[in-house]
Each structure stands twice: as C-alpha cells, then as structure tokens.
Design a protein around this ligand. Structure first.
Ligand code: ZN
Length: 369
C-alpha cells in the first residue's frame, strides 16, 4: 500500500513537472506541426497512421512515413523522425526524447509491417533525438549514428560528468535577477525552462549509446530494405556529427536538425559557415523534394530557403552591431526578430540566438565573411 502511494505520488510529480514543461512548449510551438499546404498538395496522407497528440505518423510516400511532433500536446517525442519500410527490412529514424516516443514510432511501424528492423538511426546526439534509445536496446535493435554521437552523449549526458548543470542554473537565475530590460529577463526565463527540460529528460533516461558508429569518410552508405533504399549521408552544421537519410526513389529527405522548419535553429554547438553551405547544397536538391525536418512542419525547398534567410538576418544584424562597436554580450541580447519571422518559435534564446550572434562575431574578428 505504501509502495503504491509512493508510486502514485511519484508519477503525479512526474506528470505535473511534465505538464509545466508542456505548457511552456505550447507557448513555444503554437502552430500545428503538420503542414496543411504540403498535405493538400497530395504528398502527405491526410489521415495519420497513428496519432497520440504529442506526435502523429503519416505516410509521405510508398514505404516512407514521417513522425511529426506537436510539443504543445506532450513532450514524449519532441523531435520529428520517421521510418522507411521495404519488403525485407525497415529503418527507424530518431531515438526521440523518451522511450515512450521511440515506442510510439515502433508501434506505428508494426501496424504496417512485421519485417525485421535493420536499425534505428540517431541523426545527432542531442537529447531530444537520443534519450529514447533504451527502448530500441530492449528490442535488440541496433542503433546507428555518426561516429561522434556516442562520445558526445557520454561527454554531455553521461552520469556523473557532463555539463555543470547546477552552475548553469545558478548563472541563469542570476541573469533573471540582474536583467536590465524586460526582454533580457524573458530570454533568461526561457533559457531556464530549456535547461530544466534538458535536465529532466537526461536524468529520467537510461542513456543508451549508438552501437554502430558511422565514419563520414565511409559515407554515403546505401541500405537495401527490399524494393526501397535509404541513403545515409553526413553534412556539417548543427552539431559536430550530423547524418541525414535520403530516399531517392521517393524524393524524400530526413534532415535531422540540419533543418528547422519555420522556426529559429539551435546553434549552441553549430558550425555556422558549414551549416550555411549545407543548406546551399540542400537547396540544389530536386525541386519536388519533400523534407522531413528535425523540428517543425514538413516542407519543400521553400523551408530550406526560409532557414537560409533566418541565418542571413542573424548574420546581417550581427554585422551591423559589430561594425557599430557593440560588445558581443550586448549584441546577443539586442538581436531583434524581424516582422517576417515573428511567429517563429525559439526553443531558448541562449540555445538559438545568443550563440549565433557570438559565432558571427567570431567570424568577423577572424576575417571570415
Ligand atoms: Zn539538435
């Protein structure tokens, strides 16, 4: 009985803390994550194969399914993903924020096919793409990722090491207290929420590492699934190790977080010049390409163009402030979201805007463009 009460109380606490995060996420992601435009263009099944609120799975081509998160309804998945299924095997994409998220996607696959799963692929190490890996481990499913993914997970999320989260929290709390403007205080409050979400996600997970490291020099790799192939490639940009999955026969690309669709990108461990070159490459893909972004609605090449102009605006504003002699710490706070990107969610100011401005300053100082 006592144990029962403890359990109930624990799950109550877990759900209330998640509810707080979900309410915050609802404000961050006010727009439904499924793209009405693309759906009406006939590429995306209007009826989801599975829908649990926090994410839905939709058919986007023969044997290709996209998992699209809606963080306003829950944070089990948080990132997008999907799967590719042939007559012989299937490939799952992303480990999501929690085992419940990975399990949801696996169940959706099992609704359409019983073929063996060749692997689950993490596009990069971030917690919202990997903390559900343990579910795949239990199923005996191999986890593939860029060779830098496992070492980064150990470094950042490993038990007893990783980030000094207590120190970071104290730093942000001090910024909230000492803020000199309402905007600065709001930025810091958002940062605190993001840090809490990351900490809760990592602390409640059994961190499970990918067991097949993929070396970029040995890519692309073509995975034969029976009548359909998945091509794994690596491009620089979002983190030190990013993979994408292309389905050339269907003109579909799973980009991981190299594409944030209709939102500001997370740039804290990004290589911005590499990322912008990658986006230029993506914009040269076939005009009919359907992109499954790491976050935000499905899109065509216009989604790539939009993210390129977001980077362009960040670079332009950074350049103006740099030339005006504004110190970098001030410039990071002073960036102003232009009218055309007003509705774009920002996961957290210090995950997205601040580092981008600082990195552009660094490029200017070292004589880059
Ligand atoms: Zn990411």
């Amino acid at each position: 009985m006592d144990r029962q009460n403890t359990m109930t109380r624990r799950s109550f606490l877990a759900s209330t803390s998640c509810l707080g995060a979900a309410l915050w996420a609802a404000r961050l992601f006010p727009v439904s994550a499924t793209a009405g435009e693309v759906a009406s263009a006939g590429r995306v099944s209007p009826q989801p194969l599975a829908d649990k609120g926090f994410a839905s799975v939709r058919k986007v081509g023969d044997g290709v399914y996209a998992t699209i998160s809606d963080p306003s309804k829950g944070l089990e998945t948080l990132s997008n993903g999907g799967f590719i299924v042939g007559t012989e095997a299937a490939l799952l994409i992303e480990g999501f924020r929690s085992p419940a998220g990975a399990s949801f996607q696996f169940d959706a696959l099992r609704q359409v096919s019983k073929v063996p799963v060749r692997a689950a692929l993490d596009t990069h190490y971030h917690f919202d793409h990997t903390m559900g890996n343990a579910f795949y481990g239990v199923q005996g499913i191999a986890i593939w990722a860029h060779e830098k993914t496992a070492p980064l997970m150990v470094k950042i999320y490993g038990p007893g090491q990783g980030l000094d989260r207590a120190g970071m929290k104290a730093g942000i709390e001090k910024r909230i207290k000492d803020a000199t403007s309402a905007a600065e205080r709001e930025h810091a409050k958002g940062d605190l929420n993001a840090l809490k979400l990351m900490s809760e996600s990592v602390d409640s997970a059994v961190v499970s590492l990918p067991n097949r490291p993929m070396e970029p020099s040995k890519l692309p790799v073509t995975v034969e699934l029976g009548g359909i192939q998945a091509v794994i490639e690596s491009y620089p940009g979002h983190t030190p190790g990013d993979l994408i999955v292309r389905v050339p026969q269907r003109n579909i690309v799973f980009t991981g977080d190299l594409l944030f669709s209709g939102m500001y990108p997370a740039t804290f461990d990004a290589n911005l010049s590499g990322w912008r070159k990658t986006l230029e490459t993506f914009s040269g893909f076939d005009k009919e390409t359907l992109f499954v972004p790491g976050h935000g609605p499905l899109c065509g090449p216009e989604g790539i163009a939009t993210l390129r102009s977001v980077f362009g605006d960040l670079a332009d504003q950074a350049s103006r402030m740099y030339k005006a002699g504004i110190p970098v710490e001030e410039a990071q706070q002073r960036y102003t979201v232009p009218e055309r990107f007003k509705g774009f969610p920002i996961f957290a100011w210090s995950f997205c805007i601040g580092p981008a401005i600082a990195k552009f300053y660094e490029e200017f100082m070292t004589g880059g463009t």
